[in-house]
Design a protein around this ligand. Structure first.
Ligand SMILES: NC(=O)c1ccc[n+]([C@@H]2O[C@H](COP(=O)([O-])OP(=O)(O)OC[C@H]3O[C@@H](n4cnc5c(N)ncnc54)[C@H](O)[C@@H]3O)[C@@H](O)[C@H]2O)c1
Length: 274
């Protein structure tokens, strides 16, 4: 039986309709938190078999409700700053408060798989730091960096008034290891690491913790099976959603009350060996 250490708390997970975000939502629901999800498509788990087969109900909100907590879902594009602020206001008005925010929304360099069609990849790596098409540049910075900043800016006034809060941003090993192979995604994620440190300083006096998780090679529907990369990982296996959810649990519970501004890599040692 899991201890309900987040009972009475309300958590927002952006990009929670599938993949890692869904895993974070379910873990926090298991711990007793009521869950709000924002995603540009609340049913986009349907495009990947890996995601589809894990569902026992028709939405992630229903999966959370099955665990005995309240849950709402809002469908919007978080690159729209005004819409993001309105959605956060709506969540606070419907759920009465907001204690935890995981800024997980993000994505690759092409259109989303649910826009292109089943089986399509949402990552191509042809862009380089010295030559990147304008639409790729703007799209990737918007979906990864700006969605994170807009979400944090929308929740900050409320958390400041409340004088408490836990914010977790989501970077990537690609924001730490400057391979240049995955531009401009790595640039967006590196900026999130910087933003986390500076936001932690800004919000620390209000008893708000801001930390960052930087996953490396984690099996989700979007990125597929990458177990063949295990030989390059010190722990010799690709990561799981559960591996990341455990670190999220640390970052949103009282276990991390005196930790802020930090980025924790979850990569089986991959970044730490570079
Ligand atoms: N899977 C990995 O190996 C890995 C590694 C490093 C970092 N990450 C990061 O973790 C996060 C989740 O990754 P995932 O593999 O679960 O991907 P995913 O595509 O399955 O989930 C991302 C979710 O974010 C949503 N989203 C994206 N842009 C949005 C926007 N503008 N507005 C609203 N919703 C939006 C998508 O619709 C999707 O549901 C991302 O930020 C990703 O960069 C993942």
């Amino acid at each position: 039986m899991v201890e309900k250490k987040l009972a009475g708390k309300v958590a927002l997970i952006t990009g929670g309709a599938r993949g890692l975000g869904k895993g974070y939502a379910l873990r926090l629901a298991e711990l007793g938190a009521d869950i709000a999800i924002i995603d540009r498509n609340l049913e986009n788990f349907k495009v990947y078999e890996f995601e589809r087969t894990q569902m026992t109900t028709s939405t992630v909100m229903d999966e959370c409700r099955k665990l005995g907590v309240k849950s709402i879902g809002l469908e919007l594009d978080l690159t729209d700053r005004k819409a993001t602020r309105k959605a956060v206001d709506q969540i606070i008005s419907e759920m009465d408060k907001l204690d935890i925010v995981i800024c997980n929304a993000g994505g690759g360099t092409t259109k989303f798989a649910d826009e292109i069609g089943v089986g399509a990849k949402d990552i191509v790596t042809t862009a380089t730091p010295s030559n990147c098409p304008q639409d790729t540049l703007i799209r990737v910075l918007n979906n990864n960096l700006m969605t994170c900043i807009y979400t944090c800016m929308a929740v900050a006034p409320y958390m400041k008034k409340q004088k408490s809060g836990k914010i977790v941003t989501v970077a990537s090993s690609a924001g730490i290891v400057a391979s240049g192979r995955y531009f401009p995604y790595g640039t967006a994620k590196a900026a999130i690491i910087y933003y986390t440190r500076t936001l932690a300083k800004d919000l620390g006096p209000y008893n708000i913790n801001v930390n960052c998780i930087a996953p490396a090679i984690i099996r989700t529907g979007r990125l597929g099976d990458r177990s063949h990369m295990a030989d390059n990982i010190p722990l010799r296996r690709e990561g799981t959603i559960e591996d990341c959810a455990k670190v999220i649990e640390f970052l949103v519970t009282d276990l991390s009350d005196y930790v802020t501004g930090k980025t924790i890599t979850v990569g089986g040692g991959i970044c730490d060996q570079q």
